[in-house]
Design a protein around this ligand. Sequence first.
Ligand code: 4AD
Ligand code: MG
Length: 430
Amino acid sequence: MNSVKIAQIAASEGREVELRGWLYNKRSSGKLHFLQVRDGTGVIQCVVFKDDVSPEVFSQCDHLGQESSLVVSGVVRREARSPIGYELSVRQMECLQEAEGYPISPKEHGVSFLMEQRHLWLRSSRPHAVLRVRGEVLKACRDFMEREGFLLVDAPIFTPAACEGTSTLFETDYFEQKAYLTQSGQLYMEAAAMAFGRVYCLGPTFRAEKSKTRRHLTEFWMIEPEMAFCELDEDMEVAEGLVFHVVQWVLEHCQRELQVLERDLKPLERIAKPFPRVSYDQAVEQLKEQGSDIQWGQDLGGDDETLFSSRCDSPVLVHRYPAQVKAFYMKGDPQDSRLALCVDMLAPEGYGEIVGGGQREDDLQTLEGKIDAHGLPRETFAWYLDLRRYGSVPHAGFGMGIERVVAWLCGLHHVRETIPFPRTMQHLYP
Ligand code: 4AD
Ligand code: MG
């Protein structure tokens, strides 16, 4: 007999099929058992009528625990009251393993309990929906990059030096040397951009974030495009294009998931290109008017980002921050030496920064000066400085945090729900 997936059940209407899955929920009344069976692609009601099955199968259903693994055969029937439009009239059932005392029941549980049970919680409808959206976001990213002529080049995880400031480095022993878990693949993408023109990496990055905010993980995924012969304006255009494509893709491919999450679609549907471009100077003025106590020269804090972005329909590109709050590799603004040619994209609805990037310093002496000024060891950057020694060109790129984007698109309060097994200061298990 054909084994089918619940998502494709419509094609088997009227036929007998075999389903393989897990018991999600159960209800019984007299001669009937109603088994909700999930198989990863969907949930279907399987109706077990006493006269249709063997007495052993019928009585086994009496004590079948949630998440027991099952192979169920039966006839697919159209059923108007079913959320998927079909149910299964069961003829035969085999239980592979009878589960007892599954800790997560369909009733409400607190998030900290559910996080301890993350390995099981993944089966529930909400995490299931979020992780499907995550999968589609990653697919949309790769799709966009390929369309725009970027080559996927993987960056290393063990690195000899900091990229984003020394205070958030995870240090590890590396055969009598110190190594750090990568904070960003950017420096390696700069090397790759000089070899291939347009490249990107997509993988996990690490920050020893001591903050317990709803936007920070210690392990998060980033997509990092890098382009040779590229300046800040084009960099912003590519970031805008990527984010817009991801939003459209999710609206098109994740309707069902967004409905499970009760996401209001209107704010996502309102997003339009071009996204507003605002200088840091203008942003600070506007924030002061909105009641923030930010002073020129400070980075935008989480609250400032929330305040600023909650006013806009589309994501906003804030460019040219003071160089003193940004990383060593940023190119200075030739119009105003206090500023860096950088950009942060702030998501609407108060979600804050989802993209950070900009144009890179391409002059050897200036870059050496910046490495020294940031107190970084020049030796470990010798290879990076070679990129300015041999055919330096204007180049730019950015990093987009996958979890921040998924949290925003799903309308979630905290990024920890957007990654299968979140790592924060408090979470290392499971
Ligand atoms: O702004 P960041 O630190 O930029 C970089 O790492 C650059 N080297 C990227 C580049 O130009 N190639 O990080 C980029 C993005 C942020 O905008 C945010 O979306 C995400 O990565 N991010 C985090 N997401 C979750 N948890 C954290 N601790 C994050 N830190 C940054
Ligand atoms: Mg940033």
